[in-house]
Ligand binder design. Sequence first.
Ligand SMILES: [Zn+2]
Length: 193
Amino acid sequence: MIIEDKMKLEQKCSPVSVKEGEEIGVRLLHELRQSENGIGLAANQIGINKRVCVINVKEPLVLINPKIVEKSKEQFVFPEGCLSFPDSKVKTQRHQDIVVTADNHDGKLSFSANSKDINDAFECVCVQHEIDHLDGITMFDREFKSEPLVRGVNAPLKIGRNEKVTLTKGSESKILKYKKAESLMEDGWVLAK
Ligand SMILES: [Zn+2]
């Protein structure tokens, strides 16, 4: 049973031992496989408020007490879904590169969306989405809101030089002042609508 109550999902999860975490991981992967198109699940989504989550994009991955220890300044916009909110899709902003530690993995795990393989982006987003769950954060808290370009029905499209705009290129996006955006627009970047 997957929890769909937003209030319950806004509670932080507590650290767990590796042994207990592994047992929870098995249950989570089982539950994830029952879902139609889920790629990740956090323990609090099945009513266990412990810091364990699973990701299954390229291969099943269990993370026990995971922490994001490095994240890139570069962010990108991605359409996300969540098994707890089956009817919602949200455009979120996520870090392009992250480095994660977890108690059940030696060393560090790196994830990068800066790759030709779209699965790398899915995995990188999913890890950030699931770790957020453990902190009581849902995808709605990460929603990307682009700046409106046209402010009234008859307002002309006019952007000040110091006004911040959002540019996108493929799955990447940047927010910067319009005067700095102009040169990038010659390089294939387009203004977000
Ligand atoms: Zn979710």
